[in-house]
Design a protein around this ligand. Structure first.
Ligand code: ZN
Length: 283
């Protein structure tokens, strides 16, 4: 199944994408939040859909909201593609680099990217995002994939000055409002049997910048879930963003960063495509 959410902020609703058409499934009575995932919502929704699809209204929403409602956390993996580590001048990590992104950075894929006040170095990072389906604590690598609800796309937008040049933790360059567009759909895990077999790409103003394959990850999803679950409990609905390949702006010679008016398009095979516009912050 392909799940999405739509509507204006504070008035968002669950939707289901079926045969190229979006449907409002608000009548199911639940949104895609922690309770939904931890109570086997995917299977319950599937059964409900079989019975009620005739009653569901087709929709063409103007705003696509984040495909998960209020995850408890967004966990990101840094430098998880060898070519990206190289372009940033870092060495290949011997264990996963973990950082958190504030959940308030989430937005929908039809929302603009807001370039923060004072930013000179806003950069792009297309990433495969894993949505956790059930509580995970001290999980073995061999069973880790059973904790995955599905997959989506996250652009891990990053302000490089605040992330790197300004000393301190990466989180502060990663958490601005709109720095975590999530969507357009959550594709349930049963539809993507091999998440390490997907092409991913990103272009800016029509010029291709990132072009890679999720098979190039240094640390793969089962290991990442196992590893992370030693240090924190992964909650249903949590987002695990698996890192970006080479081709980010800071890796260009000379570096290239986003400006108001830029169009950022990106996608991942079997999941979908996104088109966003960068705008300047109003305050
Ligand atoms: Zn990233």
């Amino acid at each position: 199944m392909r799940l999405f959410r739509f509507g204006m902020p504070n008035d968002e609703h669950p939707g289901l994408w079926h045969n190229g058409q979006g449907y409002d499934v608000s009548a199911f009575g639940e949104d895609y939040d922690e309770h939904f995932w931890e109570t086997d919502g995917i299977h319950r929704l599937k059964a409900w859909w079989e019975e009620h699809r005739q009653d569901c209204t087709p929709i063409s929403p103007t705003r696509i909201a984040p495909c998960v409602k209020k995850p408890s956390k967004i966990i990101c993996i840094g430098l998880n593609y060898a070519d990206h580590a190289r372009e940033t001048g870092a060495s290949r990590p011997s264990s996963p680099i973990i950082f958190l992104k504030a959940p308030s950075a989430l937005c929908g894929v039809t929302d603009p990217l807001v370039i923060p006040v004072g930013s000179q170095q806003t950069d792009w990072e297309v990433e495969l995002a894993v949505v956790i389906g059930k509580k995970a604590k001290h999980v073995d690598e061999s069973t880790a994939m059973s904790y995955v609800a599905g997959y989506t796309i996250m652009n891990d937008y990053s302000e490089r000055h605040f992330q790197l040049a300004d000393t301190g933790q990466w989180t502060k360059g990663k958490s601005f409002d709109s720095f975590a567009p999530l969507g357009p759909y959550l594709v349930t895990a049963d539809e993507i049997p091999d998440p390490h077999g997907l092409k991913l790409w990103l272009s800016v103003n029509g010029q291709m910048q990132q072009q890679s394959h999720t098979g190039e990850m240094i640390f793969r999803i089962p290991f990442l879930i196992h590893y992370l679950s030693r240090f924190m409990t992964l909650m249903p609905g949590d987002i695990l963003s698996t890192g970006t390949p080479a081709g980010v702006g800071m890796g260009k010679r000379p570096p290239q960063f986003l400006q108001p008016g830029d169009i950022i398009t990106y996608g991942i095979e079997q999941i979908g495509e996104v088109r966003q516009q960068a705008i300047a912050a109003q305050h």
